[in-house]
Design a protein around this ligand. Structure first.
Ligand SMILES: CCCCCCC/C=C/C(=O)SCCNC(=O)CCNC(=O)[C@H](O)C(C)(C)COP(=O)(O)OP(=O)(O)OC[C@H]1O[C@@H](n2cnc3c(N)ncnc32)[C@H](O)[C@@H]1OP(=O)(O)O
Ligand SMILES: Cc1cc2nc3c(=O)[nH]c(=O)nc-3n(C[C@H](O)[C@H](O)[C@H](O)COP(=O)(O)OP(=O)(O)OC[C@H]3O[C@@H](n4cnc5c(N)ncnc54)[C@H](O)[C@@H]3O)c2cc1C
Length: 668
């Protein structure tokens, strides 16, 4: 089989790894990316980005100051969006995200919120007339917008946002105001310096009543000078753990007037006389968050896939220590502990990517239904996107850190790219709804399902049908080799169902002793556990189902990866499976052996599996993860670019260290 990843001059160890591959990598890449046509488009986009020098960085961004990063990112995003004819604009999830990843790296930038939230909010929340007016301006980039919802004092609890929008029927205007310091908008991406417009979420007051948070489109800066408009205070919130190419910002309003029609009126409306028309479903205004939560899953999967690629490639070229004395140093990938640390991360990345395709399809279905006024699937997409967002971003952050640790000292260097990847991805645990909070949203959905089951109703959505199933009282398999996919699913269903009812009963009892909010709080740890099991079950089921649709010659290797994913979940929570004697110790030991068998079977294909994700060096931006495996000379070249190396002797030497040493020597 030909292998496009092998080229002359490559490191010998990584080449030998690639020669061991037992499957067709191109076929696997096509399967991972949704078909040969999609893979072909990736390659075309990559070639274009590589050929356009202005889409590149003048030096590694790790060596840039924050100001240089912001400037570099702004330059590139303008260049990138000048050339959108290179991609199919209707395929943001595929081509758009890839084009952006290749060009912008793991950073947000002056227009990330414009594309990921501002335009989607216009598309989802405006009426036809408003859409006609605003969307073309935004798409043409005549205005650049962001999504300003979170405040200094409130991000999670939207009902307590403090920014107000009072309707004045005399002038047919809203008056936007930040009555307190804690009402300051705080965090919105690209708000500080780049955007001149924002969708601002504010408490709507009309006819003396508060109608809750609603979205308004607001001009923030003068069109020509880009100076803040009168009554508006704006700025950057300072450096962050990651995404420092983005000017996340703050914003305060001092009685700023906007026309009535700047309230986005697809669902809720305020008529000229101030009459409020309420939406068909109270949470329709939260639609953009659901959209971002659903696309985040793919983004997170890509970050974990990249981290796994870097660590697995590096582990194949790094030799240290001997397994058999005097037989030569081994590739660190040969250590079982290294495999145990890394392969589950790769397995997770697969599980998350395949889930990302499902949630995208569900999101599209819900959007289609909404155009006909059908809100039936809103609770389901809200629960699934919230749950996936939470579990996936958490596991991704932990997984990236494991990959970093698995690279030893070099993993700590920014040359590895891990600090960038981690700093970018871990933000996903917080933005678009703090994970613990979002898990509790899933739990609400699950508790309702449990209630229905208790009432004897069989009318459960497919995604939680397992809650109503009777199920087996004991796990049935005897050896891991005879442990079928349906047994794995049924065992996970058992544990997930047990947890649903444990939380349900606890909640019911608590509700008899306290009001429902206090009762909920006293059960919230169990409720979050319930949500996690529900999501893990979904991820495993979906992964196994996806493998069964793979071309037959890919199934064996993918099946090992999927089983590793499931076995890792089961063995790391063995206590749950022992409860009520559901699983025996000998069965758990079999699954443990199953983990080791999977590691052993994946080992020869590990490098090829990560190659199949089709990351180009341009996208990975990691010295450790380079395709050619020539890590050591590249590390030296990378270090030479450090600004500290521009001179042999730093001026600070003459200022501080030199005098100190001279003085010390003179005293000896
Ligand atoms: C790809 C990379 C992109 C990177 C860019 C990232 C940029 C980041 C941007 C941001 O972070 S923007 C700000 C995001 N902010 C949040 O996500 C805030 C999180 N908080 C919330 O979403 C909500 O306040 C809440 C926590 C869900 C609670 O809402 P609320 O207090 O209003 O309602 P509850 O009383 O708890 O629930 C009432 C009822 O409504 C249901 N529900 C809540 N949200 C939705 C929704 N979006 N869709 C459908 N239904 C929803 C909720 O489940 C309850 O249902 P019932 O149980 O009563 O049936
Ligand atoms: C990188 C990044 C980019 C962002 N971009 C934007 C943006 O573009 N636009 C925008 O509007 N916002 C943005 N945000 C803000 C983000 O959406 C909020 O930070 C997020 O929703 C969490 O809200 P919070 O900060 O109020 O956290 P808090 O709610 O204060 O959370 C703090 C702690 O309290 C806990 N907690 C809070 N409420 C509950 C509860 N009910 N039950 C149990 N525990 C609870 C949380 O679990 C957490 O442990 C961004 C944030 C980050 C980090």
């Amino acid at each position: 089989m030909s292998n496009r990843w092998i080229q002359p001059g490559d490191n010998v160890d990584i080449t030998n790894e690639r020669k061991k591959c037992t499957f067709d990598i191109e076929k696997m890449s096509a399967f991972i990316h949704g078909g040969e046509d999609k893979l072909q488009r990736r390659r075309e986009i990559l070639e274009y980005v590589k050929s356009n020098k202005s889409l590149g960085d003048p030096q590694p961004i790790e060596f840039m100051t924050r100001n240089e990063r912001v400037e570099n990112a702004s330059r590139k995003i303008v260049e990138m969006t000048n050339n959108t004819d290179q991609i199919d604009g209707s395929d943001f999830f595929g081509e758009g995200m890839y084009y952006q990843a290749l060009t912008m790296g793991r950073d947000l930038h002056a227009m990330s919120l414009h594309y990921v939230m501002f335009i989607p909010t216009l598309q989802g929340q405006t009426d036809d007339e408003q859409l006609d007016h605003w969307l073309s301006l935004a798409i043409a980039r005549a205005i650049v917008g962001t999504y300003a919802q979170t405040e200094l004092g409130h991000g999670t609890n939207l009902s307590k946002l403090e920014t107000t929008a009072h309707y004045d029927p005399k002038t047919e205007e809203f008056v936007l105001n930040s009555p307190t310091i804690t009402a300051a908008k705080w965090w919105p991406g690209a708000l500080g310096k780049s955007s001149n417009y924002a969708v601002v979420v504010a408490q709507l007051y009309t006819q003396g009543e508060c109608k809750g948070p609603h979205p308004f489109i607001v001009q923030l800066r003068e069109m020509d000078t880009h100076k803040p408009l009168k009554g508006i205070t704006l700025g950057d919130i300072g450096p962050k753990l990651g995404i420092n190419g983005s000017d996340n910002g703050f914003l305060l309003f001092d009685h700023v007037r906007i026309p009535r029609r700047h309230m986005l009126m697809r669902y809720s409306k305020v008529l000229p006389d101030g009459t409020y028309i309420k939406p068909q479903h109270s949470k329709l205004g939260y639609g953009t968050m659901v959209f971002v939560r659903s696309i985040m899953i793919k983004d997170q999967a890509s970050q974990l896939g990249a981290a796994s690629t870097i660590a697995i490639r590096y582990a194949s070229v790094r030799r240290q220590g001997e397994i058999i004395p005097n037989s030569g140093e081994v590739q660190i990938l040969d250590y079982q502990t290294q495999q145990y640390r890394l392969f589950p991360q790769l397995a997770r990345a697969f599980a998350f990517l395949f889930a990302a395709y499902e949630i995208r399809d569900l999101y599209m279905k819900v959007t289609e239904q909404l155009t006909h006024g059908n809100t039936e699937l809103l609770p389901e997409i809200h629960a699934l996107s919230s749950g996936l967002k939470s579990v996936v971003s958490w596991d991704t952050a932990q997984g990236i850190e494991q990959c970093r640790l698995a690279c030893g000292g070099h993993g700590y260097s920014q040359a590895s790219a891990f600090p960038e990847i981690y700093g970018y991805a871990v933000g996903g645990c917080t933005y678009e709804g703090e994970n613990i909070v979002m898990l509790q949203q899933v739990a609400r959905f699950l508790m309702k399902a449990a209630e229905e089951v208790k009432k004897g109703s069989a009318n459960l959505a497919e995604i939680c049908a397992y809650i109503g199933r009777k199920g087996e009282q004991h796990s049935r398999f005897t050896s891991v080799d005879s442990y079928r996919d349906e047994d794995i699913v049924s065992d996970l269903e058992y544990v997930a169902r047990q947890q649903v009812f444990r939380a349900y009963e606890k909640l019911r009892k608590a509700q008899q002793q306290a009001n429902s909010e206090t009762a909920w709080n006293s059960c919230s740890v169990e409720l979050c556990k319930t949500s996690r099991w529900h999501v893990r079950l979904y991820l495993v089921k979906n992964f196994l189902a996806k493998v069964s649709t793979a071309p037959s010659d890919l199934r064996a290797v993918l099946h090992d990866v999927a089983r590793l994913y499931a076995f890792d979940i089961i063995t790391s929570s063995s206590g749950n499976f022992y409860e009520n004697g559901y699983m025996r110790e000998d069965q758990m030991n079999e699954i443990r052996e199953g983990v080791y068998k999977c590691l052993h079977r994946i080992r020869p294909n590990a490098v090829s599996l990560v190659d199949s994700w089709d990351y180009d060096d341009r996208e990975l931006k990691s010295v450790l993860g380079r395709r050619d495996g020539n890590v050591y000379p590249a590390l030296l070249e990378w270090a030479k670019q450090s600004p500290l190396n521009k001179t042999e002797v730093l001026p600070t030497f003459d200022k501080y260290l030199g005098p100190m040493m001279r003085e010390a020597k003179s005293k000896l």
